[in-house]
Design a protein around this ligand. Structure first.
Ligand SMILES: Cc1cc2nc3c(=O)[nH]c(=O)nc-3n(C[C@H](O)[C@H](O)[C@H](O)COP(=O)(O)O)c2cc1C
Length: 165
């Protein structure tokens, strides 16, 4: 099997955002996609991610669609540390929307989602969710995973499905 073929898959880059009690938390994902024209989407979330436990707890989360102007420090803060150990939103510009923290800087759109189902793999849960609200951010190109790797020279940590790919 030639696993390098997986390099040909294309993705965007997103911040999954939600509250942990009184503090905002969440993480970066590339595995977020639309499933149906009726507004069902899905995200693949590693069960070791703290965000996984928060999604299970609330069954509701926000997704910020990152753009090419998203600062690298935002991806660094949310994608390489755990909310178990760190105030991940400290130093990030955000606002509250219907109980969900949303990043202000460099997002081209936002979704508010309710979990409607799940599928378990050996490491990740694929959460299916219904879009309850959607609105625009800055009018700029969304960030693709390819842009993140080739222009920003970003990497993927252990819990990302693209780790090692
Ligand atoms: C570019 C990038 C893509 C990522 N994609 C995913 C993903 O699709 N699914 C996932 O579970 N983790 C993904 N991650 C890893 C999580 O963002 C990371 O493990 C994070 O530290 C989890 O934080 P938490 O413990 O606060 O939830 C990605 C990270 C980066 C930087």
């Amino acid at each position: 099997m030639d696993k390098s073929i997986l390099w040909k898959l294309s993705y965007g880059l997103y911040a999954v955002c939600l509250m942990d009690g009184q503090r905002p938390s969440g993480c970066i994902v590339n595995t977020f996609f639309q499933v149906t024209s009726g507004g069902v989407v899905a995200v693949s979330m590693n069960r070791d991610n703290y965000t996984h436990s928060l999604i299970e707890k609330h069954n509701r989360f926000g997704v910020c669609i990152l753009s090419e102007s998203t600062p690298a420090r935002t991806i660094g803060a949310l994608g390489f540390f755990s909310g178990r150990d760190k105030e991940k939103f400290a130093g990030l510009d955000y606002r509250m929307h219907e109980g969900i923290p949303l990043l202000n800087e460099g997002c081209c759109g936002y979704l508010i989602l309710d979990v409607v189902g799940r599928y378990e793999t050996d490491t990740h849960t694929v959460f299916f969710a219904q879009v309850e609200d959607a609105f625009a951010g800055v009018d700029i190109r969304s960030m693709t995973y390819e842009y993140y790797r080739s222009v920003i020279k970003g990497k993927s940590p252990k819990n990302a499905p693209t780790y090692g790919v």
